[in-house]
Design a protein around this ligand. Structure first.
Ligand SMILES: NC(=O)c1ccc[n+]([C@@H]2O[C@H](COP(=O)([O-])OP(=O)(O)OC[C@H]3O[C@@H](n4cnc5c(N)ncnc54)[C@H](O)[C@@H]3O)[C@@H](O)[C@H]2O)c1
Length: 256
């Protein structure tokens, strides 16, 4: 499928896991993609995987000036922007009683502020690039099943991801008159380097991994490509009536 031929997109956290898979899928469908990540080398590695010419840009999503610079870079090189994917995120495995203020701030800054800054600076650029009557811009935020259900050891992360869900719905109402659809994806546990990092914090990492797999009703981890397929759909004109939605790609976790 080549549904994204005219699309100019930015993906944050594109150097690894889900963000990388989204950038690759968007390019397969014809989009031009700026791959941004706090790790420039990782972003460059993703660009090397793309079927269309892409660009890499180093950004810490938690710093407003850097997000502003990312959008300016995109406009300078692509001349416009139709789709912003606010994917970068970090988490920690901890209960409320074990969560330090520093961990709380880090998770909130990257997940919540990063998504907020991404929307704040991308939306005006998308507004200038699309014509509400006949073209379609969109923002895709990365939420989680943690936005919806209680998971053990994820208190700060759950707060941040529930915040992303709320921001998505509110921004969707504000910007649908501009022809911009704001949606989010709620992945279940996805097999990315992230899972290795989270499980390595447990005394028995293999047992933690088995437990993560077991909480998926379909009996396996979700793949990054399955999340990318949803992102490509949301970015495409096939999803023109999908507004303020949270698309579950979770193997059934939230249906339990
Ligand atoms: N893997 C899962 O099970 C899962 C489930 C639900 C939601 N998610 C969400 O999906 C998104 C991507 O997760 P992933 O599993 O691909 O993780 P990952 O750790 O494999 O990749 C995250 C990428 O984001 C980058 N990054 C981290 N902090 C950043 C910052 N401040 N600025 C810019 N880039 C930054 C990292 O360098 C990395 O390349 C996150 O928002 C995560 O919360 C993941």
């Amino acid at each position: 499928m080549r549904r994204l031929e005219q699309l100019r997109a930015v993906v944050t956290g594109a150097g690894s896991g889900i963000g990388q898979a989204i950038a690759v899928r968007f390019a397969q469908e014809g989009a031009s993609v700026v791959c941004s990540d706090i790790n420039l080398e990782a972003a460059q590695n993703t660009v090397a995987m793309l079927e269309t010419p892409g660009l890499a840009f180093a950004v810490d999503v938690a710093i407003e000036g850097e997000m502003k610079a990312l959008i300016a870079f995109t406009l300078e090189h692509f001349g416009g922007l139709e789709c912003m994917v606010n994917n970068a995120g970090v988490g920690i495995a901890a209960r409320v009683t074990d969560t330090t203020e520093e961990d709380w701030d880090r998770v909130m800054n990257v997940c919540m502020k990063g998504t907020f800054f991404g929307m704040k600076h991308a939306i005006p650029a998308i507004q200038h690039s699309v014509h509400p009557e006949n073209t379609d811009g969109s923002v895709i935020n990365m939420a989680s099943i943690a936005s919806f259900v209680g998971l053990t050891d994820r208190v700060a992360y759950s707060a941040a991801k529930a915040g992303i869900l709320g921001m998505t719905r509110a921004a969707a109402m504000d910007h649908i008159p501009d022809g911009i659809r704001v949606n989010c994806i709620a992945p279940g546990t996805v097999d990315t380097p992230w899972v290795q990092r989270i499980t390595s914090g447990y005394e028995d990492p293999e047992a933690a991994r088995v437990a993560m797999r077991a909480r998926q009703p379909h009996g396996r981890l979700v793949t990054a490509q399955e999340i990318a397929a949803m992102a490509a759909y949301l970015a495409s004109s096939e999803a023109m009536s999908v507004v303020g939605a949270a698309m579950m790609v979770d193997g059934g976790v939230t249906a339990r």
